[in-house]
Design a protein around this ligand. Structure first.
Ligand SMILES: *[C@@H]1O[C@H](CO)[C@@H](O)[C@H](O)[C@H]1NC(C)=O
Ligand SMILES: *[C@@H]1O[C@H](CO)[C@@H](O)[C@H](O)[C@H]1NC(C)=O
Ligand SMILES: *[C@@H]1O[C@H](CO)[C@@H](O)[C@H](O)[C@H]1NC(C)=O
Length: 345
């Protein structure tokens, strides 16, 4: 079969297959790498659910502001997907912090069953339930925030939910782990989100906690887990979100978050939606490819959060390179502008 014919046929095959089971781990609007692009990630995931391309098992918050769980619930509710489980980081390593303005705006003015993190279980419990109830090698995880929850999941022992440790659950149940964080092939001495907080953000204790979690995840993820690292250098070349101002109604909370963050008709970089879309549709769908001739592993310094690609034998880890920023941005905007299924005439 010719390559061009393959390109035509493969998306059809993908659409005919079962929806991809997806978990999103997000710092949506809160914490030391806070941004609005997590909103796009969650909204496109809901559009993918409407398309029957994805099944959203859970969305977990990995930072401290309690209302971030409420924003997740607002977005779930707007798409009529209240059944999606929500969890929140409940550890003690991150100090209380203030979210971005869109967080209270959405939670206080849009309907949602959940208003804050006190109403949802610990993210580790939500992860464990979602993984334990899924077939082997069926779940994709889009990690688009701090690695607090994944580190805690890796450390979790067998419990009433599952006789497997968190590490064994990850090794057994996960098909793909896409992690937005760091820079590739190397960050140099300075760390990048989400392996530490953004420069000048947050207290020193949060910085230490974020770096320690990232270092722990990189060093302890079972080698069976296919892992794709998505660096800052990829998402910063891809713009999305401006179209929401004109394509979506004022009642759309994704649109409002983008307007609150940057103003009307303003794009934002696309680290998080890009990572989430590739987790479901694959790297080619976001105008990207897996770096070739780049076998090796990602080493993350648990003291600083700086990272370095260590070349060597082939592993189940890779990082992506961007080929076409326009194609990536268009794919995201098309999904952001897709009318929620339950609101279609
Ligand atoms: C969380 O939301 C519930 C329900 O709206 C409310 O009773 C509670 O005071 C809120 N807690 C915080 C910390 O905001
Ligand atoms: C990659 O993962 C597969 C199972 O998914 C495993 O059999 C293989 O040993 C792993 N490769 C390495 C280098 O660990
Ligand atoms: C990049 O993608 C856009 C939109 O899909 C397409 O029109 C364009 O031809 C592509 N550019 C290259 C260099 O492939």
């Amino acid at each position: 079969m010719s390559l061009s014919l393959l390109r035509l046929v493969l998306p059809l095959v993908a659409m005919a297959s079962a929806p991809v089971k997806l978990i999103i781990d997000t710092d949506i609007g809160g914490g030391g790498c806070k941004d609005v692009d997590d909103v796009a990630a969650v909204c496109i995931a809901h559009a993918l659910v409407d398309n029957e391309e994805a099944e959203l098992l859970a969305i977990v918050q990995d930072t401290s502001p309690p209302q971030c769980a409420g924003v997740i619930s607002v977005l779930n509710h707007y798409y009529d997907h209240d059944e999606v489980a929500i969890g929140a980081y409940k550890g003690t390593d991150l100090l209380p912090s203030e979210p971005l303005d869109f967080v209270p705006h959405l939670v206080n003015h849009w309907p949602s069953p959940i208003k804050n993190a006190s109403q949802v279980p610990d993210a580790v419990e939500v992860y464990r339930r979602a993984l334990a109830s899924s077939p082997d090698h069926s779940v994709v995880i889009s990690s688009i925030g701090l690695l607090m929850n994944l580190a805690a999941l890796l450390r979790s022992p067998p419990d009433a939910v599952s006789p497997l440790s968190g590490r064994a659950l990850l090794a057994t149940k996960v098909k793909l782990l896409a992690i937005m964080g760091g820079k590739y092939p190397s960050s140099g001495p300075r760390p990048y989100c989400n392996f530490n907080l953004a420069p000048g953000e947050g207290p020193q204790s949060d910085r230490k906690a974020a770096a320690a979690a990232a270092g722990y995840v990189a060093a302890n993820m079972p080698p069976q887990v296919q892992t794709i690292w998505v660096g800052i250098e990829v998402g910063i070349q891809v713009e999305s979100g401006a179209r929401l101002t004109s394509c979506a109604p004022a009642s759309n909370p994704c649109r409002q978050a983008y307007i609150d963050y940057g103003g009307p008709d303003k794009d934002r970089f696309s680290w998080d939606p890009l990572t989430t879309l590739l987790a479901v549709r694959g790297v080619e769908a976001v105008g990207s490819a897996v770096c070739t001739g780049c076998d090796g592993v990602n080493a993350v310094d648990g003291d600083t959060g700086s990272n370095n690609w260590v070349g060597g034998a082939a592993t189940n880890q890779s990082y992506i390179v961007l080929l076409n920023a326009t194609a990536a941005g268009d794919a995201l905007d098309d999904l952001l502008c897709q009318v929620p299924k339950h609101l279609r005439a």
